[in-house]
Design a protein around this ligand. Structure first.
Ligand code: BTN
Length: 241
């Protein structure tokens, strides 16, 4: 793995994209101490102050369909949860599709970007943000965000977490590559799924509905048993607990 480190950058995802365009090889890891324009999902910004968090993005060049590649975001979530456990002992859980939560509050968000060409992947950039040593959060996210330090009651060494997450990503990526889907990993994933067996609200653009989360299937979709007994596969989007 090639590691590219910045004290400061706009966004490690944007940086990783640029490096990928310039030919950076598969496995390049981009890490920054501080992001000045950290990006969240749905056009939101991501608070990324210096010294307290992990802001990292990977350049991957798998040969597979965009559909398969989109599942790499689930692999990243799994790698975070297992990497955090190994390096800190904290048992974070996955909130489908790829947030990591501790005691119901978010400690990690993942933004995956990709570039495709005629249904072929040029590169995929999973970007991972982990709240590590923050002592508090801005008013707007205070109720829903936490950090590893706040949960563990002690400071956490970021380099250990980065190494553990990267190691776990490699481990799960190799299993994923055997089938290019989640069939070999759905049990592992569902074991860490905070939504499992719980009531969820599916925010489907065609209409919201409630149901019980049954876990993901081999395609990475969340299976939800609706109140009428039918099971729906939620391909992408949001569920709220
Ligand atoms: C979310 O909205 O939950 C996704 C947040 C993703 C944040 C990470 S931090 C590293 C990488 N670079 C970015 O600009 N965003 C991702």
């Amino acid at each position: 793995t090639r590691l590219v480190y910045f004290d400061e950058t706009d966004s490690t995802n944007t940086r990783a994209r640029k490096l990928a365009e310039e030919g950076a090889p598969h496995g390049t890891l981009v890490v920054a101490d501080r992001q000045t324009a950290g990006k969240g999902r749905r056009g939101k910004s991501w608070v990324s102050p210096a010294g307290t968090g992990i802001w990292m993005s990977m350049v991957l060049r798998p040969s597979m369909s965009p559909m398969s590649a989109s599942m790499l975001t689930l692999i990243a979530g799994l790698a975070v949860v297992r990497g955090v456990k190994e390096s800190t002992g904290l048992e974070a859980m996955i909130k489908w599709p790829n947030d990591a939560v501790l005691n119901g509050k978010k400690i990690c968000g993942i933004l995956t970007e990709m570039s495709t060409e005629v249904e072929c992947i040029r590169y995929v950039i999973p970007g991972i943000g982990i709240n590590v040593n923050m002592d508090g959060f801005p008013e707007e996210i205070k109720a829903t965000a936490t950090s590893l330090k706040l949960e563990a009651g002690r400071s956490i060494k970021r380099s250990l977490v980065i190494a553990a997450v990267a190691d776990n990503f490699e481990y799960y990526y190799d299993i994923f590559m055997k089938t290019c889907d989640m069939s070999g990993l759905r049990d592992d994933y569902n074991k860490s799924l905070v939504n499992l067996g719980r009531e969820v609200l599916v925010l489907d653009p065609r209409g919201q509905y409630k149901g019980k989360a049954l876990g993901i299937d081999g395609e990475g979709s969340l299976l939800v048993r609706r109140e009428d007994g039918n099971v729906s596969a939620v391909i992408s989007g949001e569920v709220s607990v």
